[in-house]
Write a protein that binds this ligand. Structure first.
Ligand code: GDP
Ligand code: IMO
Ligand code: MG
Length: 462
């Protein structure tokens, strides 16, 4: 590649899109697939990590050197000093959570000098959190099981064009004006529909002014920062939150979140075009979990589910709720490969499956009339009725937390990973056998020193 091509220009003078080492990391299931760990691993070889959607409903765990960090808004590249970390326009930011997170990171000696927050990002307000809880209560038995972090109401205001953005928060007078306007409606809504009290202007103003003071230096137009990085051939990792099956359009509606976790959300949420992205890594657990309500065909509400929950410490990072656990679902993973354009999988928590006599992978669904389908249904009511058709494979007894290469894996585990590749047509490029950075190995020619660049090569078949 010539330097002119790298800089986005052909000798002809026309702008062209060159090969950019930009990688999207997306949850391939219902969230909590260990995206935080995968992004932290990739960040060693990155210049920028960009969180592109969701809000403090996310909980991304990063563990290394005896530390465990649970990040809700700050990108998982924050522990790598060379990385610029961006909370992009598609994120809804709860300033209370962000300020708390920044303070606790600083208390642990983590430098946040490289953190920036988009001026376009919407602000989660106290009435959003309140409405989230009240709407859930009102749903009764049809509860979504939200994290009650105000995410749905904040995105609803954004779509209704009455949200408050970080740019507003940055300017005290402007913030006062938009807050007064918002409260006129919200206090009536809370009082008349929910018989609830709305926090007062003075109360919110005082609290949010304190947050604004901390956040002001970080708020900027991040879109050009991201564009300049990808155009300049820098190594950029886009960090997804939630998971594909929680996507507002492509997930198991209405049991979804209110944003676009899918890889396409990385473009919309950061302000770059799709031509700038060529590698998309789907993070998938070696089994499946789900928090909150909604269909889950391979769920195991029995000893198997309990085994997975206890070995995998499957309790919510954000809410502490026990996660529902079940077998790996290849119908879900194929669908995820389809809607995200996956070029690789990172398979995490493979160590959790050790000790089982047999393991199962769902390869298709059986409908009540006996029809077998391989395509993920668009209707949650149909998904509720789907019975998994399983492939049964021999398990492996050995613990694998110390394994650091493909060849060291027990045969059963190797067969399992290869079965996933066969059922999905997507290479499993990374395998994780424990929560630590070091409990990781790469496959398919991915270099552990330069994973971002080699994932891009893999995406191009090289
Ligand atoms: P995220 O939201 O996708 O970042 O995932 P979470 O952090 O919510 O949940 C993943 C959990 O699994 C965290 O507690 C991680 O520390 C842990 N974890 C990550 N990778 C592995 C692994 O390979 N094996 C085991 N046993 N735990 C892992
Ligand atoms: P990370 O990024 C798992 C789920 C909630 C609920 C639904 C809607 O850590 O993978 P919301 O509060 O977003 O309105 O809740 O989405 N949910 C998650 N589940 N991991 C997450 O994030 C999630 N974020 C939201 O449990 O079912
Ligand atoms: Mg999580």
């Amino acid at each position: 590649m010539t330097s002119a091509q790298r800089n986005g220009k052909e000798e002809s003078g026309f702008r062209r899109v060159s090969l950019m080492p930009a990688v999207v990391v997306v949850g391939a299931q219902w969230g909590d697939e260990a995206k935080g760990k995968v992004v932290d691993c990739l960040a060693q070889d990155a210049d920028m990590v960009v969180r592109y959607g969701g809000g403090s409903n996310a909980g991304h765990t990063v563990r290394f050197d005896g530390h465990e960090f649970k990040l809700h808004l700050v990108p998982s590249g924050i522990f790598r000093p060379q990385v610029t970390n961006i909370i992009a326009s598609g994120v809804v930011v709860d300033p209370q959570v962000l300020v708390e997170e920044i303070r606790s990171l600083q208390a642990e000696g983590v430098d946040i000098g490289n953190l920036r927050v988009s001026a376009r990002a919407h602000v989660v307000m106290p009435y959003h959190r309140l409405l989230d809880a009240l709407e859930e209560k009102q749903r009764g038995s049809a509860q979504i099981g939200t994290t009650c972090r105000g995410i749905g109401p904040a995105y609803a205001d954004k779509a209704a064009r009455k949200g408050i953005r970080m740019e507003d928060l940055r300017q005290p007078e402007r913030f006062a004006t938009v807050l007064r306007r918002a409260l006129e409606e919200k206090s009536r809504l809370l009082h008349n529909v929910y018989d609830a009290e709305c926090p007062t202007f003075e109360h919110i103003w005082r609290e949010y002014e304190e947050y604004a003071e901390v956040l002001r230096p970080l708020i900027t137009d991040t879109d050009p920062l991201v564009y300049t990085a990808v155009k300049g051939g820098q190594r950029v990792v886009f960090e997804g939150a939630q998971g594909t099956l929680l996507d507002l359009d492509h997930g198991t509606y209405p049991y979804v979140t209110s944003s676009h976790p899918v890889a396409g959300g990385a473009c919309v949420g950061t302000g770059i075009g799709p031509t700038h992205i060529d590698a998309v890594v789907g993070v998938a657990k070696a089994y499946t979990t789900r928090v909150g309500s909604g269909a889950f065909p391979t769920e195991q509400p029995n000893d198997i589910g309990n085994y997975l929950r206890e070995r995998g410490r499957e309790y919510g990072t954000t809410t502490g709720r026990p996660r529902r656990c079940g077998w790996l679902d290849a119908v879900v993973l194929r669908y995820s490969a389809q809607v995200n354009g996956l070029t690789a999988f990172a398979m995490t928590l493979l160590d959790v499956l050790s000790g089982m006599d047999t393991v199962q992978i769902c390869r298709a669904y059986r409908l009540p009339d006996g029809e077998i389908i391989e395509q993920f249904p668009s209707d949650s009511a149909v998904l509720e009725q789907c019975e998994p058709v399983y492939e049964q494979l021999p398990g492996w007894k050995e613990e694998i937390a110390e394994v650091r290469s493909w060849d060291e894996l027990p045969e059963g585990a190797r067969n399992y990973v290869q079965k996933v590749e066969e059922l999905t047509g997507v290479p499993v490029a990374m395998v994780s056998v424990g929560p630590l950075r070091t409990q990781t190995f790469w496959r398919h020619g991915i270099s552990s020193d330069a994973p971002v660049q080699s994932l891009q090569r893999l995406a191009h078949g090289g």
